[in-house]
Design a binder for this molecule. Sequence first.
Ligand code: NAD
Length: 379
Amino acid sequence: MKVVIPKEKDPAETRIAATPESVTAIKNLGLEVAVEAGLGEHLGWPDAAYEKAGASVVGGDSIYEGAGLIARVRPPEPDEIARFPRGSMYAGFLDPFNREDLVRGFAEAGVAAMSMEMVPRTTRAQKLDALSSQHNIAGYYMVVLAAERLGKAFPMMATPSGVIQPARVLVIGAGVAGLQAIATAKRLGARIEAFDTRPAVKEQAESLGAKFIDIDLGESGETEGGYAKELTPEQQAKQREGMVKALERANVVITTAALFGRPAPKIITDEMLERMKPGTLIIDYAVSSGGNVEGSVADEEVTLHGVRVIGLSNFPGRVAFDASRMYANNIVGLLQILHDKESNTLVLNTDDDIVAGCLITRDGEIVNTVIRERMGQNA
Ligand code: NAD
């Protein structure tokens, strides 16, 4: 059975789904690998490195011939799906809550689509948890970006020419990305405050050196899958009120608040921006799913009441070498789950909660219950 890794079609995507190291791991399972010519050139992995690892390097249109599973970071173009063999599988970030067209396209083409966003966030699934691997890289990069753009040093420095006070960083939403942002800002010597609606986060944030802002929201909790629940309008108002002082103090604010499969909660309103110090820098990780900050725009730096807001649509793509290595490992993790030793093929066993969680389409049907529910009866 052949695993095919085509190049990314979206010019904004710098990450890729296979490295020479991951090719070796796939070959070790007993599977064949084909990569598209030039796949890793921009990251320092020439075609020869993939060949040495055991992949065949294929140019142009014939890449999909005989593919058993196609893996990529981003979803395919809708017209590309027709080129995938019927009965093949596809694994990648598919944004299935927002891409009904794609989900239907996969079903019509008879391709089994697996969404990396839908992998359950369990201990057993950690090896293929691509959301976590990419959030981690993004958490690091957001702090590096802030440090570069702020115009103020992060660590305290006592020099003969004067004392520099440490930068004050506020992290709102301390899941995987937020916790990595805290750890990175700490290494740079910043003074960090953090807030999250899930009570379990307090201890994690504090263990990394942040001061947790206690806001009494009443019952907030998390969903069965470990994700944050949406706050009621009253709770949202309490959160805003509780955060104002910390926002006024901050030099940098990093917002990563997300609600699984839903638009991001709006956390910093225009009124709150007005109360912040001019020159404060906000990095909005949630910009692609609607933004945590009122007025933030993807891939632009906007200045609102003197506060600069930066939101990139692809933060992990700024650290593409390591983000690709992690993602490629996640794909290997998925293949290990799917691989049946006896037949040396990839098998979709939906008794496995990981497979059942991420499988969206199969044999012409939309089989994922969460996605079916969201799409309504038409699914
Ligand atoms: P996410 O990207 O869905 O959300 C980011 C953070 O925003 C979360 O911590 C969430 O609680 C928070 N948030 C939501 N609304 C907020 C608001 N109004 N104000 C402030 N914060 C708000 O989260 P994630 O980083 O992808 O993690 C999701 C869950 O999966 C977490 O519970 C995490 O611990 C869990 N997880 C488990 C494992 C495992 O191996 N068991 C691995 C990775 C993640």
